[in-house]
Design a protein around this ligand. Structure first.
Ligand code: GLY
Ligand code: MN
Ligand code: MN
Length: 437
């Protein structure tokens, strides 16, 4: 419950949708509750598109935007129910939701079916998520059919359904001030968690003990859930890109790769750092670490307004390939390595992705064959890495070294702002952050 909701960002986003849909109708549902096992649910998470337009985090809710002269935002939500509130906690109910979140009207969700048919009547275009869930597709076609059955009363049914997510994706790609403030906070909390992990990790501990330090720091700052499953990967596990077991006992001489970000007020951070569990890098570990760091820093130069999204991916591939050649891990010329993509033995993912409410956030990377141009307000990750599995063709001292370095970057009018810059990154800073000890 929050009686002091700043609704202005949501109202202004809804106004942009009104401007885009003309006299159409936009209908966006929140996410369903999902069972984890038997009768126990996963912790509820709202749908990002719905939340973007409402700031309303309860399940069983739908926002309807009636365009044209009517221009009304109508929320459907759960009714007050003292009995349910004794068991499950507070719910706003339509009246309080309307007043606190500044909707033009709010109605019980039980009226959705009947009201949708009414609201769609004589509107030619419906904007709604298409193919997001079979249940929602059925709800929408059911409502359109219900209008059709009333045709003899003189109403006409919408002839066009457009996926509203294309419009919302374009909007979500450029973060507004409200979002940027939340993302700064999310990044600051995650950064603090990584520093805590560096301070606490030591040989002999299990990976899950370090994971607990990360979770502790997230939760004590009000970020109760991670933005994605933590990756706490020591030694050979660092070469498993989506390692989630967290059950290995760490040894002296291991590197520990932690990819962990929190969700704060609905916004994700996404940080990776790699550090020596014992506090000191071996020679080969430092060489690989420095190669990844050089690539990451070179990528930062391409993260500025006007540059194509793909540029920093090319930079990462070029710098990493050159370093792999320098270290004798690849052979041939740089051009051959890039052309034949032999570097993918050690670097097999992209250099980053949009970041926002979702860790792999909404928005096209390429539109009709042309890479997006970076613009102020976009937020993305910069995350090159190298992963060297045991391989007879590779000197043994490089085996099982996995390094990724990942920062969250806001494109600004003049360049960029690294939201996660408080996370130690140079060899010297990482070593000193590992001292506690
Ligand atoms: N942690 C997910 C990612 O880095 O893309
Ligand atoms: Mn990432
Ligand atoms: Mn990550």
């Amino acid at each position: 419950m929050n009686a002091l909701v700043d609704t202005s960002p949501y109202v202004s986003r809804r106004n942009r949708v009104f401007a885009a849909i003309g006299d159409g109708i936009a209908i966006v549902p929140t996410a369903p509750e999902v069972l984890r096992n038997r009768d126990t649910g996963f912790l509820y998470r709202h749908d990002s598109y719905f939340y973007y337009l409402t700031g309303f985090a309860e399940p069983e809710a739908v926002i309807v935007l009636l365009g044209g002269n009517e221009r009304r935002a109508v929320l459907f939500c759960r009714e007050k129910n003292l009995d349910r509130e004794i068991w499950d906690g507070y719910r706003y109910g339509p009246d309080a939701a309307r007043d606190i979140f500044h909707f033009d009207a709010a109605l019980p969700i039980t009226q959705l079916k009947e009201q949708l048919a009414e609201m769609m009547s004589d509107r030619s275009v419906v904007h709604t998520p298409i193919g997001m869930s079979a249940a929602w597709d059925a709800e929408i076609s059911g409502a359109i059919n219900a209008v059709r059955t009333r045709a003899r009363t003189g109403v006409s049914a919408p002839g066009t359904v457009i996926d509203v997510r294309a419009l919302l994706d374009d909007m979500r790609l450029i973060k507004d001030d409200h979002e940027i403030a939340l993302m700064r906070r999310s990044a600051a909390i995650a950064s603090q968690a990584h520093r805590r992990a560096m301070r606490h990790a030591r040989p002999g501990q299990f990976e899950y003990e370090v994971e607990a330090e990360i979770a502790h720091e997230f939760i004590r700052h009000g970020a109760r859930v991670p933005a994605y499953n933590h990756i706490v990967a020591s030694g050979p596990n660092a070469c498993v890109l989506h390692y989630n077991d967290s059950n290995r006992r760490m040894q002296d001489g291991d590197l520990l790769l932690i990819d962990a970000g929190c969700e704060y007020e609905g916004y994700a951070s996404d940080i990776t750092r790699t550090f020596p569990v014992s506090g000191t890098f071996s020679g080969p570990q430092r060489d690989i670490y420095q190669a990844v760091l050089d690539a990451e820093l070179a990528c930062m130069e391409s993260l500025r307004p006007g540059r194509p999204f793909n540029e920093y991916h090319d930079v990462a591939e070029r710098v990493l390939s050159q370093r792999l050649l320098d270290l004798g891990l690849l052979t041939g010329s740089l051009d051959e390595v890039l052309e034949q993509r032999t570097f993918t033995r050690f670097y097999m993912h992209r250099a980053g992705h949009w970041l926002g409410m979702d860790v792999h956030d909404a928005g096209d990377y390429r539109k009709r064959g042309v890479w997006q141009t970076l613009q102020p307000g976009m937020v993305l990750t910069n995350e090159p890495g190298l992963y060297i599995r045991p391989d007879a063709a590779v000197p043994e001292h490089f085996w099982n070294i996995g390094v990724r370095i990942e920062d969250d970057v806001l494109i600004t009018a003049t360049g960029n702002e690294v939201l996660t810059s408080a996370t130690p990154k140079t060899v010297a800073d990482v070593v000193s952050a590992c001292e506690r000890r």
